[in-house]
Ligand binder design. Structure first.
Ligand SMILES: [Zn+2]
Length: 321
């Protein structure tokens, strides 16, 4: 059975690094590609060299989900190695036309963020958003159609002598596929299962692109489904591999439940503005992942029917239902 080698690549975003996984055999396969920067390319080259390989030896790149840190450099590798790039049916459009997909997503993302804040903070939020998007586009290269192959997000994927079960795991991203090997319990988890809790990013719902997806609800379902797999070893999208998958899942679910409850207590005690709740929960450490988590906690409370929103002074305020 071929070994899975982790190659850690730098990212320009908050996680600092992202993993590409190398599987050597008759075929040389890379799972996820990192971002399109020279630093990332150099780290990939060094990682391959340790395995006696060069970029040109890669036969196939498999992408887990349509986020820039996992697929930004796929085209560059594909072009240099003449490799096929495998994406699921849910990632295909993102691979070919990321700009178009982003513009649909942006129509929801920025207004969603702005709706929670006092209009006097709009410029600050917009600037943060524009900076982030500029970075995303800088390190994301579209993939040419004739290089693409499509796998099914709930199908199977054969890599050398391993038959991976594709396990669709929405939540962090609605385009996220993970890979489970039922023979030995290996699990390539993308960003579904990390040592730190993944964030449910803001994106259009798959059923109705004009509506926002409440990713946290899907994430909780995905955690629950994941507990049914007999996972022995996790190969996460970021940081080191680990073995205690069920402990990690239970701990993260517990923490999300705790934070959701804390949020509800604050609203019950009369806190009605997002920024005030945020500052209490996160002690004023303003950052995008934490903001997205808080939107998730509120989504859970709204979904449970215990809170409601009212527009006051030009933004959404939160009350018990
Ligand atoms: Zn990631």
């Amino acid at each position: 059975m071929s070994e899975i080698q982790r190659i850690e690549l730098p990212t320009i975003f908050g996680m600092k690094t992202v993993n590409a996984y190398l599987q050597k055999g008759d075929e040389v396969v890379l799972i996820d590609s990192g971002e399109n920067t020279d630093e990332s390319y150099a780290a990939l080259t060094a990682g391959l060299k340790e395995n006696g390989l060069t970029v040109a030896d890669i036969d196939r790149v498999v992408i887990t989900h349509a986020h820039v840190d996992h697929m930004g450099m796929a085209q560059r590798i594909g072009a240099e190695a003449n490799a096929r790039i495998w994406v699921s049916e849910l990632v295909k459009d993102w691979a070919i036309k990321p700009d178009e997909m982003w513009s649909t997503r942006e129509k929801l993302m920025l207004p969603t963020l702005l709706s929670y804040f006092d209009p006097t903070l709009s410029d600050l939020i917009k600037q943060g958003y524009v900076d982030m998007m500029g970075n995303v586009k800088k390190v994301w290269q579209p993939i040419s159609k004739d290089q693409l192959e499509v796998y099914q997000s709930d199908g199977q994927l054969d890599i050398n002598d391993t038959r991976w079960q594709c396990v669709y795991m929405p939540g962090h991203s609605s385009s996220q596929t993970t890979f489970f090997n039922p023979i030995n319990g290996d699990y390539i988890s993308a960003d579904m299962l990390l040592r730190i809790t993944p964030t449910p990013v803001i994106e259009p719902s798959r059923d109705d692109m004009t509506k926002r997806n409440k990713g946290i609800l899907e994430m909780m379902n995905s955690y629950e489904r994941l507990l049914r797999f007999d996972i022995k070893k996790v190969y996460p999208g970021h940081y080191e591999t680990f073995e205690n998958a069920h402990d990690v899942i239970n701990k993260q679910v517990r923490r999300i439940d705790e934070r959701t409850k804390q949020c509800y207590e604050l609203i019950k005690s009369g806190q009605s503005s997002f920024i005030d709740i945020f500052n209490i929960l996160y002690e004023g450490r303003f950052n995008m992942p934490a903001m997205i988590m808080l939107i998730g906690y509120l989504d859970r409370l709204e979904n449970a029917g215990v809170i409601m929103y009212k527009e006051r002074d030009g933004f959404l305020q939160i009350f018990t239902a």
